[in-house]
Write a protein of this length. Structure first.
Lengths: 267, 266
């Protein structure tokens, strides 16, 4: 009961704020000052989601596949790359500047060339999602893994521990909060990447639905898809948060990156 | 290393050791030609001005930092890699935030791959012995500075090493906590003797705890004096008001005044 109360206190302010925004939206549209084709009423948007959920769900499958592929690709390539950079000065000095420099390339602008290279299928969307999701994973993981204090390493060495034990006993658990902070940014960006990939060329997916609806000037569907996409993004974000809760050891406040950062500064 | 069995106190020979660090393009000397031998079971404090290289010397003994010239021998074996029959306590407790007090102590057993069940029992005993019986399951951020340092001490002693290295372990603690820590440390050391190198800023603390006090010069550290402290053990805090205690403190203070480290001309 107390837990329920605490949850209510935590979630009440954002939920109420959202409700207020929807209410204002409804009032403005109902007053007739904004034409329906520009901003549809919230009730119409909700109605479209209810009536079209089957269609939305069907088109969610390819979009979710692209997000998942891109996000896990970013983890599977980003984390080992970070580990390599932390352990090899040469590798870090070679790769890190290029990686940071490459961020000035507007990645979304690469979408058309991916379509040329990989066609209209899934791979071009996955690659787009991967490309955008990759950077925050690498930056957060590298920073987290490099933040280990030299004394902690010395401690493990004095216990006869080698590089392997040093990594699993100290570096990795110490870096996990930082890594998850990066993953949370990364997963929301993966959604953006997948949608952009679908904009540029596809015959299914939620991005494709948006393009279709635009062609028909169907702003109710456009809004409905945006709401649907936001919910999907939120769900995916929650999955990452649950994983964080399960995988980051130690007291709960380790998982609040704000507090962690504040501690780093005061130390 | 050699045939030392764990638990047997070690003989540490520091043989003409110098240490220099590279800072930019310069070579900055930290330790200059220090030679000293710690006999098995002796409690030896190292006092000296801030940044004189005391900590470097201890890290060299541990084999965690290479010497520039000279050598370190522990039980006649040259230390040229991290030496492992030892426990270390750093100035910051260096506890791992995500482990409980008990789990932090058990890190020692885990990394050394010692049997968990037996050492968990010993870890509990050690924590009980330093008054942390009710805090086994607490995380470091729930413990005070003194408690954290006690956990670090238990971790250093878990495997009953022949050598204990302490690098200003109580420097950040308040005076009362510090006195208590000194008493606890003495008691634990008397129960299971081991060779201790104890770096400190506090002359009183050094005299109270030690068999010998090594007085170091400002950087680069040289050995200025090696002073034997012949006070009976176990020592109680009241010893600090006795004449022999104060004579030793005074002698060390005068050495620092002679070096110009202390200027008592107010």
């Amino acid at each position: 009961m107390r837990r329920l109360g605490a949850a209510a206190i935590e979630y009440a302010p954002p939920v109420l704020t959202l409700a207020a925004i929807v209410a204002v939206w409804h009032v403005v549209v109902a007053s007739g000052r904004v034409p329906e084709y520009l901003v549809p009423a919230p009730g119409d948007v909700a109605g479209r989601i209810v009536s079209g959920w089957r269609l939305f769900l069907t088109h969610s499958v390819p979009t979710l596949t692209a997000i998942t592929g891109g996000f896990f690709g970013a983890i599977l390539i980003g984390l080992p790359l970070s580990v390599a950079m932390v352990y090899s000065k040469v590798f870090q000095r070679t790769v890190y500047p290029l990686l940071v420099g490459s961020q000035v390339v507007p990645k979304i602008a690469l979408a058309p060339i991916f379509v040329v290279w990989f066609g209209f299928g899934m791979s071009s969307k996955m690659l787009m999602a991967f490309l955008i999701a990759f950077f925050p994973v690498v930056i957060a993981a590298t920073a987290g893994l490099a933040a280990t204090r030299p004394q902690s390493i010395m401690l493990i060495r004095s216990m006869g521990g080698g590089i392997w034990q040093e990594f699993w006993a100290v570096r990795w658990p110490m870096a996990l909060p930082s890594i998850f902070a990066g993953l949370k940014v990364s997963v929301t960006l993966a959604v953006v990447g997948a949608i952009v990939g679908e904009f540029v060329g596809s015959d299914n997916g939620l991005g494709y639905l948006l393009v279709l609806a635009r062609g028909a000037f169907d702003s109710v569907t456009i809004f409905a898809v945006i709401v649907w996409l936001s919910v999907l993004g939120l769900l995916y974000y929650s999955v990452v948060e649950i994983a964080e809760r399960l995988l980051v050891p130690g007291p709960a406040n380790r998982r609040r990156p704000g507090r962690d950062a504040a501690k780093e500064v005061t130390m | 290393m050699t045939g030392t069995s764990p638990g047997a106190s070690t003989r540490i020979r520091i043989d003409a050791v110098s240490k220099a660090y590279v800072a930019g393009k310069q070579l900055v000397p930290a330790i200059a030609e220090v030679s000293v031998t710690a006999e098995p079971g002796q409690f030896i404090s190292i006092v000296g001005p801030s940044g004189c290289g005391k900590s470097s010397l201890v890290m060299c003994v541990a084999g965690l930092v290479p010497v520039t010239t000279g050598r370190i021998l522990i039980d006649d074996a040259v230390v040229d890699r991290p030496y492992t029959d030892l426990g270390i306590v750093f100035q910051d407790a260096e506890l791992l935030d995500w482990r409980t007090a008990l789990s932090n102590v058990m890190l020692q057993a885990e990394i050394r791959r010692l049997p968990a069940a037996r050492y968990r029992a010993r870890a509990r005993e050690l924590l009980d012995a330093v008054g942390l019986g009710d805090f086994h399951a607490k995380y470091p951020n729930e413990l005070s500075g003194g408690m954290r340092q006690r956990v670090a001490l238990c971790r250093a002693l878990l495997h009953d090493p022949g050598t204990l290295l302490m690098d200003e372990p109580f420097g950040a603690l308040d005076a009362l906590t510090r006195d208590q820590m000194n008493l606890d440390l003495q008691r634990m050391w008397l129960e299971r003797p081991k060779t201790v190198l104890f770096v400190t800023h506090s002359i009183e603390e050094a005299v109270f705890l030690s068999d010998r006090v090594l007085v170091m010069t400002p950087r680069p550290a040289r050995l200025a004096a090696d002073i034997a402290i012949d006070l009976p053990r176990p020592r109680r805090l009241a010893v600090k008001t006795t004449e022999p205690f104060n004579a030793s403190v005074r002698r060390i203070r005068e050495l620092f005044e002679g070096m110009g480290v202390l200027k008592d001309d107010a």
